[in-house]
Design a protein around this ligand. Structure first.
Ligand code: CA
Length: 238
């Protein structure tokens, strides 16, 4: 059951920005990631199930690869292995049909900007092609200085660093003294359990959208404050 909410159900007072995850929130790209990961690691004698791809979503590439080598080979991957496997994964991903924008996401963005909230991107992705496509599909919505990507952070989700960096970047634009926003001044939109964990560890109210192949329970157990079945359902509730 998904409880419909009114805008008043969100912690509106003092909210100044919305931090959006990208894969599985703004683009329906997770099916391509699932194909790329499962096929790529197979070429190296490793294996990962589709469900595990969704469960590991948000982790850095090396974090995911090390978990697999640890399980199968009983050791961490070498730097060379990480680079080779991740390159193969990226090649397969880039050969997949282009991931479409997530239905409902444009409407969510339009509504939150009407509410005078600043949208930011917080993603573990370093896929240049996806970053470029943000401007094509969501024109004028995101500025480069308001994006946190794989290039900005050392620690992937579920560590709070990416979302804390989002508060820093938002504060640099919104606060006259450039100080970071307080976690209570932001809301996160996430689709993955590790992403929800990262946002909650940063102390931020977290809306989960279940656009993938896991249960709502996986998102609630990760700490989501509320779960919507889709971005369109979130748009309808705003
Ligand atoms: Ca995601």
């Amino acid at each position: 059951m998904h409880n419909p909410i009114t805008p008043l159900s969100l912690p509106q007072d003092g909210i100044r920005c919305v931090l959006f995850d990208m894969d599985g929130v703004l683009f329906d790209s997770m099916p391509n990631h699932a194909i790329a990961w499962t096929r790529a690691v197979q070429q190296y004698g490793l294996s990962i199930s589709r469900e595990e791809v969704f469960l590991n979503e948000g982790r850095t590439g090396s974090g995911t690869i090390n978990a697999l080598t640890q399980r199968t080979w009983g050791r961490q991957a070498t730097e060379e292995e990480v680079q080779n496997i991740y390159r193969t994964k990226s090649e397969i991903f880039n050969a997949c049909p282009t991931a479409p924008p997530m239905p409902g996401a444009a409407e969510v963005l339009t509504k939150i900007t009407r509410l005078q909230l600043l949208p930011l991107i917080v993603t573990g992705s370093g896929q240049q092609s996806l970053l470029d496509r943000l401007n094509k599909h969501y024109p004028g919505m995101f500025k480069r200085e308001l994006m946190v990507t794989a290039f900005d952070v050392k620690l992937g989700k579920p560590h709070p660093e990416p979302y804390l960096m989002g508060l820093v970047k938002a504060g640099a634009v919104l606060n006259s003294d450039g100080s970071p926003l307080h976690p209570s001044q932001a809301v996160v939109v996430e689709n993955a359990p590790l992403g929800v964990q990262a946002a909650k560890a940063a102390g931020i109210y977290t809306i989960a959208v279940n656009t993938g192949e896991l249960t709502d329970k996986a998102l609630l157990d990760a700490g989501a404050d509320i779960v919507f079945p889709s971005m369109q359902a979130l748009a309808d509730a705003l």
